[in-house]
Ligand binder design. Structure first.
Ligand SMILES: [Zn+2]
Length: 150
């Protein structure tokens, strides 16, 4: 009886190890590794989402839960339910937002002042400097700036 329990425990340990290895390999080649989901409120990648698993097969992943009525996402940074989106979606929104910012927002976000630039050509030097600043920002920073200005 005791040997049977030890054998069962050993089998479960092996199954857990294999499932853990499979999850690691899956993550290694997944899109989320290069395009992680982020909180659409704060931009954090420390988020959770609900998924369907097979509880009788070591909680093997089946698919993402897509029923919005029961599948709320969670952000550990906000410590609340939050909508999560892939990084490329939030980055596209950030780029679109930046393309529509006015001079006042550009000053506020970059710290450059339009009056420090030559007014010739409609302050094109100011716009170019602000765009260079934006292009130098990381994806994380662009998303954070965008989300902080919504
Ligand atoms: Zn958040």
């Amino acid at each position: 009886m005791k040997n049977k329990r030890l054998l069962t425990r050993a089998k479960l340990g092996i199954v857990d190890s294999i499932l853990g290895l499979a999850a690691w390999i899956n993550r290694l080649f997944s899109e989320q590794r290069h395009n992680p989901y982020r909180c659409s409120t704060c931009g954090s990648t420390d988020v959770l989402t609900r998924v369907w698993v097979m509880p009788n097969k070591g909680s093997r992943y089946v698919e993402d839960c897509i029923d919005s009525a029961i599948c709320d996402d969670w952000c550990n940074s906000c410590n609340q339910y939050a909508r999560i989106r892939p990084t490329d979606v939030l980055l596209a929104k950030a780029e679109e937002w930046w393309g529509e910012t006015d001079f006042r927002d550009m000053e506020r976000v970059t710290g450059y002042y339009i009056l420090d630039f030559d007014p010739e050509d409609g302050y094109q030097a100011f716009v170019d400097t602000c765009n260079e600043w934006w292009d130098g920002e990381t994806t994380d920073d662009k998303i954070t700036v965008y989300l902080n200005n919504q």
